[in-house]
Design a protein around this ligand. Sequence first.
Ligand code: G3P
Ligand code: MG
Length: 231
Amino acid sequence: FATAVRIRSVDVIAHRGFAAERPENTLEAVRYAASRADDIEVDVRRCGSGELVCVHDETLERLTDGAVTDRVGRLDWGTLQTVSIGSSDARVPRLAEVLEAVPPDVRLNIELKERGLAPDLLGLLEEFDGSVLVSSFDPTALWQVQSLTDGVALAYIFGDDPDRGLETAADLECAAVHPSAGLCHETNIVDRAHERGFAVNAWTVDSGLEAARLALSGVDGVFSDASLPAL
Ligand code: G3P
Ligand code: MG
């Protein structure tokens, strides 16, 4: 019974909006995840006409029929809207549209895939009443946010070198660290992060079993591509 209670206390973070169940990083995914997750994660970069958009890769080739091969950063918003994501009618959304789609009781984790997004990001967040966590693998992208405000919670993402990860998160005054699940299994990163006051969210699990294992190790949240009804 104690184990079950502890497992239920772990946040399920919809990775790219539950990428295994809906086209990743789309409004369709965000709306799907809204009633099934505690948090929703989206990846953010800038398109060629300047808008912040939710796309993981530098190009759309993995998610489309390959007709458009330019980098997202060179494609204007109008062109992006001509491209279907996955086998659906879903399109690449602007971050502004995602902010409107996230319900107030679900936290949005915005992962910065590029530098130079902070001023526009903070402008969008001024109009947003919900809860946000901004994360990145790139300390500079996080530092650019931190240098403009202390009002946005940050998380540093890493997949190796726990010592460097914790020091970087401390330097950036992060609220959380996002280590890989493998790092959580193989090292004592969870306890060390908690000792230093960081929440710990682990990426990425695809089974309830692994989520439960991570829950038992004490993580606060798990990024999942699937909606994990067992949790
Ligand atoms: O933020 C956790 C996870 O999303 C990091 O990896 O490549 O899926 O963005 P990636
Ligand atoms: Mg991500």
